[in-house]
Design a protein around this ligand. Structure first.
Ligand code: MF3
Ligand code: CO
Ligand code: CO
Length: 302
């Protein structure tokens, strides 16, 4: 199965869908709806195929988001040379199930065999925890998704293993800046193409590239729902944001070329040129005046 075919399969079933040439007709058809201003919105409904969350759902997503953030905060001290990604999986799994009473969303999701994703060095995303030990200078993305009370919180960040390498630090920083630039643009009336363009611009002006086959996604009761949030694009295009929408921004940024390949395990995505790749992710809410990051941890900030 080649990468593109995989993406199509993935896309049809709703996992982190990313494909090319998507356009959301993003006009604000206010007249067709009676929109009660956030946060009083009592029931969820769909707008241009995108769920607008009710006040009650948003509160549940705040709880799920904070729990996902807590897992990342907890695992940080365990990321050091000699630990295996399987160890990190087990530590997170135990914490989620026994301390937090949440469901680790990745486990058995479309057949994914572990509770978290661990993507080391040239692995772009969906790395499967295994017995390989982390070594000094590695970079790793740990991606946590919890389900609490039926709602998902999805967040990931980079960690440096032991003494940070110059290149590892650089790609992690640029990926972080790409995510932050995207999140800080979120407000009603802006379009997804505006956000994708700003992210792409920041990556490319730093001589890095944006992975196109995977993207951010709407999230709520469903792990991966509309809209697709591309990390590249054209200003003035795509879905127009409305208060009550919840979606991730999770740019995957490569130090070399943007092209990726899928390993035979049918999950692990790596850079074709084996260059380093980094990713950061938050789950975000569109508010009346801007945004709220639902997966923020007070110790980390954005
Ligand atoms: N957490 C990933 C995302 O950001 C999805 C992981 S799906 C899995 O969308 F099956 F690989 F776990
Ligand atoms: Co996600
Ligand atoms: Co994720």
């Amino acid at each position: 199965m080649n990468a593109l075919r995989h993406v199509c399969v993935v896309n049809n079933s709703g996992i982190k869908p990313a494909v090319l040439n998507i356009s959301h007709g993003g006009c604000r058809r206010r007249a067709l709806y009676t929109i009660i201003p956030y946060p009083q919105q009592p029931v969820s409904y769909k707008f241009m195929g995108v769920t607008i969350k009710s006040a009650e759902e948003i509160e549940k997503m705040r709880v799920a988001g904070r729990l996902a953030a807590d897992v990342l905060r907890m695992v940080e001290s365990h990321v050091e040379p000699g630990v295996t990604t399987q160890d990190l999986n087990d530590i997170c799994h135990d914490f989620m199930v026994n301390q937090q009473s949440v469901v680790p969303a990745p486990l058995n999701y479309r057949g994914f065999p572990r509770s978290i994703c661990t993507s080391v060095n040239h692995v772009v995303c969906h790395g499967i925890p295994a017995e390989k030990k982390l070594k000094n200078g590695d970079i790793i993305n740990i991606d946590i998704t919890v389900i609490k009370d039926g709602y998902h919180g999805d967040t990931s960040r980079m960690f440096q293993v032991g003494k940070p390498s110059i290149q590892g630090q650089r790609i992690s920083r640029i990926a972080y800046e790409c995510m932050k630039i995207g999140i800080e643009m979120i407000k009603p009336g802006i379009r997804l193409g505006d956000i994708g363009h700003a992210i792409q611009n920041h990556a490319e002006k730093n001589n890095c590239s944006v992975v196109r086959e995977y993207c951010g996604h709407g999230i709520g009761k469903v792990f991966h729902e509309d809209p697709q949030v591309l990390h590249y694009g054209k200003p003035g295009t795509g879905l127009m944001l409305e208060p009550g929408m919840t979606f991730t921004i999770e740019p995957m940024i490569n130090l070399g070329k943007r092209h990726v390949k899928l390993l035979p395990d049918e999950w692990t995505v790596v850079t074709k040129d084996h260059s380093l790749s980094a990713q950061w992710e938050h789950t975000n809410l569109v508010t009346e005046s801007g945004f709220e990051v639902l997966t923020l941890h007070p110790d980390y900030g954005l």
